[in-house]
Design a protein around this ligand. Structure first.
Ligand code: CP
Ligand code: NVA
Length: 305
């Protein structure tokens, strides 16, 4: 069993993992030896703070160990991808990868003989979604019927929230005037619309008024943020999306919680004061990446032992 996208897991797999994450957070000592003598290898093409640390430190706190590979310092780029994944599988119990391209991730998974966790590609971010579900369940005591509005660019994080809606009965409204082409997944969107768990809206204020949670993410994926060839696109996105910024004016008198997967770009998709607002749970959400990653690791290791 792998975790490539949330759609691959059953609703009960997801709920059980969310509940394990809450349990790990509450009684970490009960899990201190759960991954004794096990290794997680991380293979990353993109930068990361949360996903990497959740994997590395999370594994250590389960009594296991980890090995971090920056793609550029390996022979992956020189060799056959599936050969390298097969070799890596012979050294480790699980592999957490961050590939730029979803299709390359799928090819890599074909070479692995141990469970692979997608730590974010250009189409999905399932470990983020499981951490988000944990945070929402802790706050509301349930997932079904919770109304979450995602505002910004339709991207990998947005897709995984849409999947989370299908699996848990959470109501996802997307106010996303632009789609990252790499994140295009018409089957997922139509499945969610048919299931009644996703609504597409162009009415930001109405959507906000009808929400328990407002969620946003960067307008530009991390790998492009400092890329000079992306400068024109960046300017266009900023002009197009500034009216969609999550700020105190938009959320004036609104009883909502604010989420962001981080890293945030202050003054763009979210204002600094909104990140620090009492309604913001972004740091709680980020902290939950660790127990939720630990729960994912435990779930997957059970499928091989
Ligand atoms: N939210 C998230 O995945 O953050 P990192 O890129 O820092 O891992
Ligand atoms: N959507 C952004 C942030 C994910 C944490 C990206 O893929 O770079």
């Amino acid at each position: 069993m792998n975790l490539i996208k949330l759609e691959d897991w059953s609703a009960s797999d997801i709920i059980e993992t969310v509940d394990t994450a809450i349990s790990i957070k509450g009684t970490p000592a009960d899990y201190a030896d759960a991954m004794d003598h096990h290794t997680l290898t991380l293979l990353f093409q993109k930068t990361s703070t949360r996903t990497r640390c959740a994997g590395e430190i999370g594994m250590m706190r389960l009594g296991g160990n980890s090995s971090y590979l920056d793609w550029r310092s390996t022979n992956f780029a020189l060799a056959d991808l599936q050969d390298e994944m097969q070799v890596l599988s012979s050294y480790t119990d699980l592999i957490l990868v961050r590939f730029l391209l979803h299709n390359e991730l799928i090819e890599a998974v074909g070479g692995a003989t141990v469970p692979v966790i997608n730590g974010c590609c250009d189409r999905y971010h399932p470990t983020q979604a499981i951490g988000d579900l944990m945070t929402i369940k802790e706050r509301f005591g349930r997932l079904s019927g919770i109304k979450l509005t995602y505002v910004g660019v339709h991207n990998n994080v947005c897709n995984s929230l849409i999947s989370a809606g299908i699996k848990t009965g959470m109501q996802i409204t997307i106010v996303t005037p632009e789609l990252n082409q790499a994140a295009k997944d018409p089957d997922l969107l139509s499945k969610a619309i048919q299931a009644g768990t996703c609504i597409i809206s162009d009415q930001l204020q109405d959507a906000v008024q009808n929400s328990d949670i407002i969620y946003t993410d960067t307008w530009i994926d991390m790998e492009y943020f400092l890329d000079p060839s992306y400068e024109e696109m960046k300017k266009k996105r900023i002009a197009q999306f500034l009216p969609y910024q999550i700020n105190k004016n938009l959320l004036k008198d609104q009883d909502v919680l604010v989420m962001h997967c981080l890293p945030a770009h202050h003054g763009y998709e979210i204002s600094t004061e909104m990140i620090k607002d009492p309604r913001s749970i972004v740091f709680e959400q980020a902290a939950n990446r660790m127990p939720s990653m630990q729960a994912i690791i435990l779930k997957l290791i059970q499928t091989v032992s």
